[in-house]
Design a protein around this ligand. Structure first.
Ligand code: CAA
Length: 381
């Protein structure tokens, strides 16, 4: 029985800031941002958007009435939780009008938990092949204004329907997880911005990728030539390049060159949105499927990484009609509005954060289907 990703959809905010403009404002060389780090644009988050609204928007793009009838579970993976107790999945379940006989839960392990969601969903569908599971990876990556991490912020959500006879990617059985207690990036309960040891985190990421790959090779005997592409968690696009080059070690063979060019195709959307944390790997997969050289039957490798830290390498086989089951991401990104650095800073500071006071946001210019209207009596509206 084949189980895997049947449909995928992505949603981000409708605004972005240009990173060359941000670099100049911060007194940095623009090439550092666009070449050294590999980011061109970054999603700007208005206070009326959060992981619930972004997650609901992504899921609404793919769910039909028929899909809703088969859903057993909705899993939301995030590290930008809005409540220490109640799962964001319940808000999203409500916004999507899902049946009450649906299980709803939230998962956390930094940027990795989207992959945990996919693997758990695969297990649930395998146990009950008539059912499907909705996995949503939604995050807002915040490091703070004028911090080294600022250039690697971003926001958005990827929704995936996991089912039997999947039409995008059939998941293979072997996956390798690797976990160690590491302090490379964390966000204490009282903080709205992440703490990060940036350079250390990139080294841990590469080490985890190589550990997972070596173990995967030992188990399966697969070589690089067995892959049409490798995709990576992309906190910033240069990170994927560092990881791949850590493996290729200056290899100039045709196989290595193909993997390099496929990696570039997988990075096109991340360059324009920034880090999605849990969703980044899956936005990379969508970018590869829509911009790379991919054919039915190809094997794709996926490396997931979450600080703290956990890595996982697993694989899937591309299905014949895959392009029909992805939303048009390039179109959505092209429709966004560019805002100035000043406007971005204003919106960054207007996020709800840890503010406990009642607040009602101005919705007069907001045309989104799902909006965070404010907070009343400690409840988000
Ligand atoms: N032209 C071209 N390149 C330039 C340049 C210029 N004018 N100026 C600098 N560069 C290059 C540098 O040589 C460097 O390249 P290499 O990394 O290949 O050596 C690159 O630009 C970045 O320069 P710095 O190292 O000086 O940048 P920085 O000190 O400002 O920090 C960062 C960069 C560590 C990525 C920082 O943005 C950060 O901390 N980001 C958040 C942490 C992160 O994303 N870590 C990733 C792994 S953890 C993870 O994956 C989980 C997660 O999602 C967070």
């Amino acid at each position: 029985m084949q189980v895997g990703i049947d449909k995928m959809a992505f949603a981000t905010t409708d605004e972005y800031v240009d990173l060359r403009e941000l670099a100049r404002t911060r007194g940095d060389e623009p090439d550092k941002y666009t070449i050294g780090i590999g980011q061109d644009q970054q999603a700007v988050v208005p206070p009326t958007q959060d992981i619930v609204t972004l997650g609901a928007r992504a899921a609404a793009k793919l769910l039909t009435a028929e899909d809703k009838r088969h859903l057993s579970t909705i899993i939301v993976a995030t590290e930008s939780g809005i409540d220490n107790s109640k799962a964001s999945a319940i808000y999203i379940k409500h916004l999507l009008g899902l049946d009450d006989f649906v299980r709803a839960v939230e998962l956390k392990e930094a940027c990795y938990s989207g992959t945990a969601g996919v693997q758990f969903a695969k297990g649930l569908v395998t146990m009950n092949p008539q059912s499907t599971v909705l996995v949503i990876a939604a995050d807002i990556a915040r490091y703070g204004l004028a911090t080294p991490g600022e250039v690697t912020q971003g926001a958005g959500a990827v929704a995936m329907l996991i089912s039997t006879n999947p039409r995008v990617l059939s998941l293979e059985d072997t996956s390798v997880s690797y976990t160690k207690d590491v302090m490379d990036f964390w966000r204490p309960l009282y903080a709205t911005e992440a703490h990060v040891d940036g350079k250390y985190s990139t080294n841990v990421y590469i080490e985890f990728f190589l550990q997972c790959w070596q173990r995967y090779q030992q188990i399966t005997g697969h070589q690089l030539a067995d892959f049409a592409a490798l995709t990576f968690h992309l906190p910033f696009t240069k990170m994927g390049k560092k990881a791949l080059e850590g493996l290729l070690q200056a290899d100039q063979s045709a196989v290595a060159e193909t993997l390099r060019s496929q990696l570039t195709a997988s990075q096109i959307y991340s360059r324009k949105v920034g880090n999605l944390y849990t969703g980044s790997l899956y936005l990379g997969l969508m970018s590869l499927l829509q911009n790379g050289t991919v054919n039915a039957g190809d094997r794709i490798g996926l490396f997931s990484y979450g600080s703290g830290a956990e890595g996982e390498f697993y694989t899937g086989i591309v299905q014949p009609q895959f392009k029909k089951y992805l939303n048009d991401v390039a179109d959505d990104l092209g429709a966004r509005q560019r805002v100035s650095v000043g406007q971005y800073e204003q919106e960054f500071n207007a996020q709800l954060g840890l503010n406990q006071a009642d607040i009602a946001f101005d919705l007069s210019n907001d045309h989104e289907t799902f909006v965070l209207a404010g907070q009343k009596n400690h409840q988000r509206i």
